[in-house]
Design a binder for this molecule. Structure first.
Ligand code: FAD
Length: 439
């Protein structure tokens, strides 16, 4: 069991135990009329998971060990968030069933301002959270407004829990339960506040100066930066968030990018696919670079657990980077040159056509002469078809190797499923999805 799963299981068990202890009368009468007790329990589980979901994405380096790195934590966050909203929904369904079986008005529970007994504020918050939850799946919404919506869900959950803990009711009537819920609330609130208000001020920020922008093809650029004061230490495979203070309209945006340089180098390199507003605007910085006064880049990090130390027991590895998903492997390859630790590596660089393989030359010419033994294959899907786990397994032949996958969520998820179907345990596969949002 991982530390994160332990924390989640422990928290749910604690909530359950305290809820049952605080509702012994309902527990004794639960047989035949379980709805009320169950509705209380699922709501408390929902509040517990919501606090933990906010904690997962706190962006504190020192807490990354809990959920296996921020990249992994985001995946856990998505699952916890969905389950928390699902349980909130289950709470309302169970409450309605309880009212119905006891001959009370269901409308009083579902329609705000229905009667003087209706808890209108709670009902409105419930519908609002549900609406925001649905909007989280709106593919068309730009990332930044989506993020603002998304953050509102967290704070609404916390306000709802706070309200429930001061109102007469389940939480308030049993002090140990109230103390526990307030503790969870504090964790959620602290995590939310740090993430949104204090991360930019107190987070691990390193100021870098942009030295050059190298155009790799019509879409991909490399940013090469030099530290202005302190140099950031990182492990190959880590990623950072960057902000560009001179982008007036976007100065508050933080965008994640994997590092493609080696920690043995002073210069920091990010390799970026220009897909939208922010990444395209990066090209405008070239003017200042040409004039010799490179722009300042705020680099926050390092984060993530897509690193080789996760695979200490494995001496053989398959690395698969699709498109710009090759970036963390570029860092690992660069590092391998100065690394005495022999490893057997099979590297697949998956692109559509050869023209898209902008790092092919760099890999073939500079990185294959290392202490490790590297088998490199450029996989062009237009001519060779889709790369599948079966093809990889057939080519590698040997057993006892671990797999690292990096690319879009769809690619990584599909390959992970394929390797799992071929009998690979989850410890033998680590992934990096180049998107935090699930849609
Ligand atoms: C861990 C991680 C590592 C990454 N490494 C690389 C890399 O090495 N090279 C590379 O080219 N890309 C990388 N990305 C993707 C990169 O962050 C997005 O392409 C970039 O933020 C897009 O911003 P935009 O405004 O130009 O595009 P938009 O068109 O606004 O967004 C395109 C997509 O990028 C994502 N995105 C947009 N803004 C943000 C944001 N502020 N934070 C998080 N995601 C956002 C969303 O999924 C969005 O749908 C990585 C992403 C993650 C999560």
């Amino acid at each position: 069991m991982t530390k994160g799963s332990f924390l989640i299981t422990f928290s749910l068990a604690m909530t359950t135990a305290l809820c049952l202890m605080g509702n012994q009368d309902l527990l004794l009468n639960a047989y035949g009329y379980p709805f009320l007790l169950l509705s209380k329990l699922v709501m408390l589980w929902s509040a517990t998971l919501a606090s933990l979901a906010i904690l997962t994405v706190i962006r504190a380096h020192s807490l990354e060990f809990l959920f296996g790195g921020l990249d992994n934590a985001v995946i856990i966050h998505r699952k916890l968030g969905i389950v928390a909203i699902g349980m909130m929904l289950a709470h309302v369904v169970l409450l309605s069933l309880d009212a119905y079986t006891n001959g009370r008005s269901v409308a009083e529970l579902l329609v705000p301002f229905w009667s003087s007994n209706t808890r209108s504020a709670d009902i409105l918050v419930f519908y609002f959270i549900l609406l925001l939850g649905i909007l989280a799946y709106n593919k068309k919404m730009r990332y930044e407004p989506w993020l603002r919506f998304h953050r509102t869900i967290g704070i609404l959950f916390l306000i709802g829990t706070f309200h429930a803990s001061i109102e007469p009711g389940t939480i308030n009537s049993y002090e140990p339960l109230r103390t526990w819920i307030v503790f969870l609330l504090f964790i959620g609130l602290f995590s939310w506040g740090y993430r949104i208000y204090f991360f930019r001020k107190f987070g691990p920020c390193f100021k870098y100066k942009l030295l050059s922008i190298e155009q790799r093809n019509d879409k991909i650029i490399d940013l090469i930066m030099d530290p202005i004061e302190r140099r950031m230490m990182y492990i190959p495979g880590n990623f950072v968030f960057i902000a560009i203070p001179e982008f007036n309209d976007k100065k508050n945006e933080l965008h994640p990018f994997s590092i493609s340089s080696s920690p043995t180098e002073r210069k920091l390199r990010l390799s970026i696919n220009q897909v939208g507003d922010f990444t395209k605007q990066l090209s405008s910085l070239i003017e200042k670079v040409d004039q010799g006064s490179g722009s300042v880049v705020d680099v926050y990090g390092p984060f993530g657990s897509f690193t080789l130390h996760r695979f200490a027991p494995y001496r053989r590895m398959v690395w698969i980077g699709a498109g710009i998903g090759i970036t963390p492997f570029l860092s690992m390859l660069r590092f391998e040159i100065s690394n005495e630790d022999f490893r057997r590596i099979w590297l697949y660089y998956v692109v559509k056509t050869k023209d898209d393989a902008v790092y092919d030359k760099e890999i073939s010419e500079h990185y294959l002469q290392t202490n490790s033994y590297i088998d490199y294959k450029l996989w062009t899907s237009k001519s060779e078809g889709r790369l599948t786990a079966r093809k990889v397994v057939d080519e590698v032949e040997l057993e006892d190797y671990a797999v690292m996958l990096c690319g879009t969520k769809a690619f990584v998820e599909d390959m992970r499923k394929q390797f799992t179907a071929l009998g690979f345990s989850s410890e033998r596969i680590i992934i990096e999805e180049l998107q935090f949002r699930s849609v």
